[in-house]
Design a protein around this ligand. Structure first.
Ligand SMILES: [Ca+2]
Ligand SMILES: [Ca+2]
Length: 367
């Protein structure tokens, strides 16, 4: 079986005059009626794009098994989400925007990305904010997700969505709602694309404190705003404010991003990475944040967000018409053979996890 590196695939597809933008090609589009939790429509239902945006319609229900969630009465349902991702993301000038509660981005299988916070703070004073990975972690399923009422989401790596292949540059696994991609944990050692592949590291670390009387930025708190002393009940890491950013400690900046060459963006892009420690465990701030690197598209966030109306002129991305000839034909079989043995999602038409014989069968059904 041929196994081509992502870089090679990108070069080959570029040579085929691929016109759909990388922001449209990386989604787990469900063309086989795959269902997930509770028999609901799974993954991404449709991807469209125009000159300014890619539009993603999705359920936030993955096609892999999820649950149970000990102590959590929530039950995921199809959220009928409609998000848009700008194709011209820009780094924010001035003070960056904090990632808020609820969805801050979306995985490439259409599941919502949340930030590290679980929405609660010590004594409800909005000073010491609980870290969802530590406080809610025991209630996560084996895929690292759980529902907020009906909205299934991850605060950390979507562990069941893709295989970790440390020898290869990780794929785009999601997008922040500022339009910058989120990559899995492994990237080029150097920002210019040289130096081989290695784990990309967060520049945050746990503070060396025993009392919670001062914030990471040096603000000395009044006693009413103290957090609990560090203890077995409130271990270091229990609160977001237990972490400090140290420029240069790792690879990424204080938004968990860096500007670098990636397989999909050979000229470079700001990119977030799923951050993990040497043992592979999630490392704060885990995904993107605590601020967006770029300018947030508020159409996707907050109460009522994620209901974007797709412009009628937007072009549908057809995952079967791989050569974009406008018809499913022999050229697409050729495209599939180029992708054969890769992990997809491009070309993995049946969602099996790789581009294989099953996808040829699925393609023929669309001939
Ligand atoms: Ca075609
Ligand atoms: Ca497949």
């Amino acid at each position: 079986m041929i196994r081509l590196a992502t870089n090679t695939l990108v070069l080959v597809l570029t040579a085929l005059a691929w016109s759909a933008p990388p922001q449209a090609q990386c989604w787990f589009v469900n063309i086989t009626g795959r269902t997930g939790y509770g028999g609901q429509e799974a993954d991404v239902q449709a991807v469209k794009y125009d000159a300014s945006h890619v539009y993603v319609q999705c359920s936030s229900v993955p096609s892999y098994p999820i649950g149970p969630w000990p102590g959590n009465p929530g039950s995921p349902t199809d959220g009928n989400w409609s998000f848009r991702i700008t194709r011209q993301p820009q780094p924010k000038t001035g003070t960056r925007t904090a990632t808020g509660l609820g969805q801050i981005g979306v995985w490439t299988n259409g599941v919502c990305i949340f930030n590290a916070s679980d929405a609660r703070s010590y004594n409800n004073r909005n000073v010491w904010h609980q870290n969802a990975i530590v406080v809610e972690g025991p209630g996560f399923d084996s895929c690292g997700g759980h529902p907020a009422m009906t909205q299934y989401h991850n605060h950390q790596n979507a562990a069941c969505m893709y295989d970790l292949t440390p020898a290869e540059h990780s794929p785009i696994v999601g997008f922040g709602f500022d339009g910058f991609p989120v990559y899995g944990p492994f990237g080029h050692a150097n920002i210019d694309g040289t130096g081989g592949i290695r784990r990309i590291k967060s520049s945050y670390r746990l503070r060396s404190i025993t009392q919670r009387t001062m914030l990471p930025n040096g603000t000395v708190l009044t006693s009413a705003n103290y957090g609990p002393a560090v203890s077995a009940t409130y271990p270091l890491g229990y609160y977001i404010e237990d972490y400090e950013y140290v420029a240069g400690l790792g690879d990424l900046n204080d938004s968990n991003a860096r500007f670098c060459v990636t397989p999909e963006f050979p000229e470079g892009t700001w990119a977030y990475f799923v951050t993990t420690d040497d043992s592979g465990s999630p490392a704060y701030p885990y995904l993107l944040g605590p601020t967006y690197m770029g300018t947030l598209d508020t159409a996707n966030t907050g109460p009522g967000g994620g209901r974007v109306t797709v412009p009628t002129a937007a072009v549908a991305f057809d995952p079967v018409d791989l050569d974009e000839s406008g018809v499913v034909d022999a050229g697409d079989i050729g495209g599939l053979l180029i992708l054969f043995g890769s992990r997809g999602p491009l070309g993995d038409l049946d969602g099996s996890g790789s581009v294989d014989a099953g996808d040829i069968g699925t393609m023929l059904l669309h001939f």
